[in-house]
Design a protein. Structure first.
Length: 386
């Protein structure tokens, strides 16, 4: 036994030495007795010349501009990677609409979007009895990424409309900053039928009925309610195909116009198919919605919960080349890397959210979902919402 231990020790020592043999570029090897020799002095690091200052992220560049680009109107690029030339502002008061959160200066769009909202607000009032639109975010004066709130809305073809009806008086500027839209949900998975009324269904149906509308986004629970109630609103349910579930649209809905005909450089999404989206697609959304609700509720009880990682912001070079022309047109000098954001951009960032966050599961609801919920996929360790 002793002999075995001895030979093992020798073997280990030798392999240790072997491990300490270092290869040198000249060829041969040299034995390094690490415990005896002094460590090599560290090479002195050369001072690097600082890299040239980077341009600020595109959201800071476009979020600092207060006037539209004085060139021919054009939606450039795609909804989530683009900009807007020749943007028009929607007047803050119209016969059937009022613009909310004026300090954001996001009531800009393509002329087609502005005309569309004027038409929709008038039709919805005359034909459906909707008292008027409260208009949320459209685009910034020159479109592009925003400092807060949206991935899309970059090309002047998207608009958020509150699901809160317009009051029959002109709101003060302060009220337009402070009033909160009302959620249509009673819990993360279900619409409150006392809040989400037939009038809301008619408004969304009206918005989806125009040929220039490519998609309408609503919270999955609203989509479910529309699927269940569509029968009441006529035989033709094809409008439902354009109404797509998306996260967070529970106190507003989102109208997305298709690229106007023949507009060069405007990138459409694939058009919707004839599928009304009330079957398998909605089931899949409910699966994701449940997982997200469980994840959110569990995070609330978990003190070590990590926030979701941040994405790298878009740069001007990520956008279509023409967006540089849009940014600098009219002699505008874009924000430089070392400049502070202008006060207008800071004010826009600091405005109040337009509505409440999605309701959370209470503990009883969470337990029911965990015990009885049949989830076809495992719950991820990160919120699928993000
Ligand atoms: Zn939206």
């Amino acid at each position: 036994m002793r002999r075995l231990i001895l030979s093992l020790t020798v073997l280990l020592c030798c392999s240790g030495v072997a491990a300490a043999q270092m290869k040198f570029p000249q060829g041969g090897t040299k034995s390094v007795a690490t415990s005896v020799e002094k460590p090599m002095p560290k090479p002195v690091k050369k001072k690097k010349t600082p890299p040239p200052p980077k341009s600020p992220p595109a959201k800071e560049l476009f979020g600092s501009v207060t006037e539209s680009a004085p060139i021919a109107a054009r939606a450039i690029g795609s909804y989530s990677k683009g900009c807007l030339a020749g943007g028009m502002s929607l007047p803050i008061d119209g016969p059937d609409w009022q613009v909310m959160r004026l300090s954001r200066n996001r009531n800009w769009g393509s002329p087609q979007l502005v005309q569309f909202l004027e038409r929709l607000s008038s039709d919805a009032r005359a034909l459906d009895g909707w008292p008027g639109l409260l208009v949320g975010d459209m685009s910034q004066p020159r479109g592009g990424p925003m400092l807060t709130g949206h991935t899309s809305h970059q090309v002047g073809l998207d608009a958020d409309i509150w699901l809160t009806p317009m009051p029959d008086r002109t709101l003060t500027p302060e009220e337009r900053e402070d009033i909160s839209a009302v959620t249509m949900l009673k819990d993360p998975l279900t619409v409150d039928p006392n809040v989400f009324t037939d009038l809301h269904v008619k408004l969304i149906r009206r918005a989806a009925s125009y040929p220039q509308v490519a998609r309408i986004f609503v919270h999955p629970a609203i989509k479910k309610s529309l699927c269940q109630r569509a029968d009441k609103f006529g035989k033709d349910q094809s409008w439902l195909a354009k109404v797509r579930p998306w996260w967070n649209h529970h106190y507003h809905f989102h109208i997305r116009l298709a690229c106007p005909d023949g507009m060069a450089g405007c990138v459409n999404q694939n058009p919707v198919t004839g599928d009304l989206g009330c079957g398998k697609e909605l089931d899949n959304w409910y699966d994701m919605l449940k997982k997200s609700a469980i994840w959110t509720a569990q995070q609330e009880f978990d003190p070590d919960a990590k926030p979701a990682p941040k994405k790298n912001p878009l740069r001007l070079t990520d956008l279509p080349g023409d967006c540089k022309t849009v940014l600098t047109s009219g002699g505008y000098e874009p924000l430089t890397a070392d400049a502070e954001l202008p006060p207008e951009a800071i004010a826009a960032m600091e405005t109040k959210e337009a509505g409440p966050s999605v309701p959370r599961l209470d503990e009883a609801q969470l337990q029911t979902l965990l015990n009885g919920g049949k989830l076809s996929m495992p719950i991820p360790d990160r919120n699928p919402i993000r």
